[in-house]
Design a protein. Structure first.
Lengths: 169, 186, 173
């Protein structure tokens, strides 16, 4: 697994867009690692092609989850490093922050992963991610012509999501 | 902010969008009848109902998780209780009970006393061998598979076959860990 | 008290019933899948109408029966009434529901801004086909209700812009 190959990281934190939107991009993965949705609001820097980008993000979360559980000083319910976990097993990280961005992460027991990358000063987004999951349920899962596991193509979902994400501060 | 515990089935059912159960019951009945006409083999009808349920379970699991606030399903015992107390209540408006655990906690029974699927149903003699409610076992199997539990779900009692309750046996075959889905050299 | 179940129970059951017939049984014979889905709807409409009309006097004419569908029947099933009823007074009725419940969450690709080169993408026509398959069910329901009321007819559905849906009823003379 390659983590930072070939990427150049911007040294200066991104400026929030004029609309007051704090979000950079968002990913939704299912339990098989398929990227159901990728959306970006403000991402001036692209260093990888979309497939590599999605794979890198998924790999980052996969490893980080296993590492955070391994380092857990209080909870005995942890797997061995490199041994796959069940979704919802062990402790779980929900965000990390760098000097240029914040990544918020939620994973449901059904293995749906929602990742939102925002301005580093954004607050706790756990409730927001839950809300996004409920949008996913309403507009994606309940769309009669959506087949589970396929990329999300829904105008209703996109509109609702976009409106909500732009309101996050 | 303390994590909010799972919401009760009653609370969810009262806040969720609901429809007249007649539509549900009659639609299911019409599907079963049509399948019996189209497929002839009762065994094949059972299979299709189960498959339909499985696909329904795959969709319903996320609504269940989103509305109930359940954030982990690792323990099979706890999960079975959740299905019975919260799952059945929030979708069908009825409660089920869990019993008959085996020694190692991997097999139990879910018992339904009230079952909206069978309101106004009477099976003719020509339907010998039909598991009318097979969609339900499929739903449970599909939903559990999405939370990493491979199960086998079978009917052990069925009022339509002369028993005194509806009873499903749910047997945990294995828990499937999440795998890294890509090959490293891709 | 009227017994209720979660709306998702009906919604997901319909989705998977349609998927079973149009995707698994008759993937290459859409007209056969359509006929089965319509037949299931027909049975449901027939039985529902039996239940909902038990205690009412017989309808004096076709328009009365159609109005029953628009108001009472639609309210029972969809918790709203038909928004607009038109007729040519020669046996054709058009029932328009501006927010048809079973289409309220149907959504496809966002209206393309850049990718307008190919307006008839296969994905889009596939989606349109999937939606029309879905609509055979309510068409069957309406035909079932009217048939139970002694009015033989043909019913088709027409969607111009989601989630508006028009049902066209042609009464057989």
């Amino acid at each position: 697994m390659q983590f930072f190959g070939g990427s150049e990281i911007s040294p200066s934190p991104p400026v929030p867009t004029a609309s007051g939107n704090n979000a950079h991009m968002m990913y939704v993965f299912n339990r098989n690692g398929i990227c159901l949705l990728y959306k970006e609001w403000n991402r001036p820097l692209h260093t990888l092609n979309p497939q590599q980008d999605h794979k890198l993000m998924f790999g980052l979360l996969f490893s980080l989850k296993s590492l955070t559980a391994k380092m857990d000083p209080v909870n005995a319910d942890k797997g061995n490093l490199g041994v796959p976990q069940l979704p919802g097993q062990g402790c779980s990280f929900h965000s990390f922050r760098t000097n240029t961005y914040k990544l918020s992460f939620m994973e449901t027991p059904s293995g749906i992963k929602i990742i939102l990358v925002t301005h580093p000063k954004t607050g706790d987004l756990r409730e927001s991610l839950k809300y996004i999951y409920s949008l996913y349920v309403e507009y994606v899962v309940k769309n009669p012509i959506y087949s589970p596991g396929s990329p999300i193509k829904s105008e209703l979902f996109n509109t609702a999501l976009d409106q909500y994400v732009r309101s996050i501060s | 902010m303390a994590p909010v515990g799972p919401r009760s089935g009653d609370a969810i059912f009262s806040s969720i969008d609901r429809v007249n159960a007649e539509l549900f019951t009659l639609t299911y009945g019409a599907i079963v009848r049509q399948l019996l006409t189209d497929l002839e083999e009762v065994e094949e009808v059972n299979k299709q109902l189960d498959q339909m349920g499985y696909n329904i379970g795959i969709r319903l699991i996320d609504e269940f998780l989103a509305k109930s606030g359940v954030s982990r399903c690792v323990d099979f015992k706890e999960t079975a209780e959740m299905i019975a107390k919260v799952g059945f209540k929030m979708f069908l408006g009825v409660t089920a009970s869990v019993s008959s655990w085996d020694a190692d906690g991997t097999c139990c029974s879910i018992i339904l006393e009230d079952n909206p699927l069978v309101d106004f149903v009477e099976l003719p003699d020509t339907c010998q061998g039909l598991y009318y409610c097979n969609v339900l076992s499929g739903v449970i199997r599909g939903a559990l598979e999405m939370v990493s539990m491979k199960t086998e779900v079978t009917w052990t009692r069925d009022v339509l076959r002369g028993d005194d309750a509806y009873e499903l046996q749910v047997k945990l075959l294995k828990q499937v860990a999440e795998e890294y889905p890509y090959k490293d050299d891709e | 008290m009227v017994r209720e179940v979660a709306e998702s129970c009906v919604d997901t059951m319909l989705m998977e019933m349609v998927a079973m017939y149009s995707g698994r049984f008759y993937a290459n014979k859409p007209e056969l899948a359509a006929r089965r889905i319509e037949a299931i709807g027909y049975q449901v409409g027939h039985q529902l109408s039996e239940r909902y009309t038990m205690e009412r006097p017989r309808f004096s004419d076709h328009l009365e029966a159609i109005k029953f569908i628009c108001k009472d029947f639609w309210s029972e099933v969809f918790k709203k009434q038909i928004d607009n009823l038109k007729t040519n007074h020669r046996g054709t009725f058009v029932l328009q529901d501006n927010k048809f419940r079973w289409l309220s969450r149907v959504s496809v690709e966002p209206s393309p801004e850049k990718e307008t080169e190919d307006p008839s993408t296969p994905g889009e026509s596939k989606a349109a086909q999937a939606v029309s398959m879905y609509l055979y069910f309510p068409c069957g329901i309406i035909r079932g209700v009217l048939s139970n009321l002694g009015i033989p007819c043909a019913v088709s559905a027409d969607i111009s812009s989601l989630p508006t849906c028009s049902f066209v009823i042609r009464v057989k003379a």
